[in-house]
Design a protein around this ligand. Sequence first.
Ligand code: AMP
Length: 117
Amino acid sequence: MASDTKPDCLFCKIIRKEIPAEIVFEDDTVLAFRDIAPKAPTHVLVIPKRHVDRLSDTTRADEPLLGNLVAGVTEVARKLDLDDYRVVVNNGAGAGQVVFHIHVHLMAGRHFKWPAG
Ligand code: AMP
């Protein structure tokens, strides 16, 4: 799985355990860890173990990766006993993406406005 990572990617370094993170869930396909600057009382990032820059780089051929990613989100939510939660993917710098390795924000524990800002 490490061969699917990118050497200089921050989240790939977390996957390879080169930099620390508070991991809440891990399997062969995904890793979930607490956001270092949480925007909600619970804020977990769920990432695929294979490096892909952003959601819009995926195609139908990536259905297993995308399915595992969403299944990982629900697994984390169950594990943390979350009921109401918000799931966000920022795709591209204009949408707020800062780390270019696909990640799903799983946030809970406060009221969320709609539409999202
Ligand atoms: P985005 O803006 O969608 O790219 O989200 C990137 C997220 O990664 C932000 O919420 C950051 O707080 C978070 N982040 C950056 N570095 C780390 C790190 N070393 N460990 C955990 N979360 C991080």
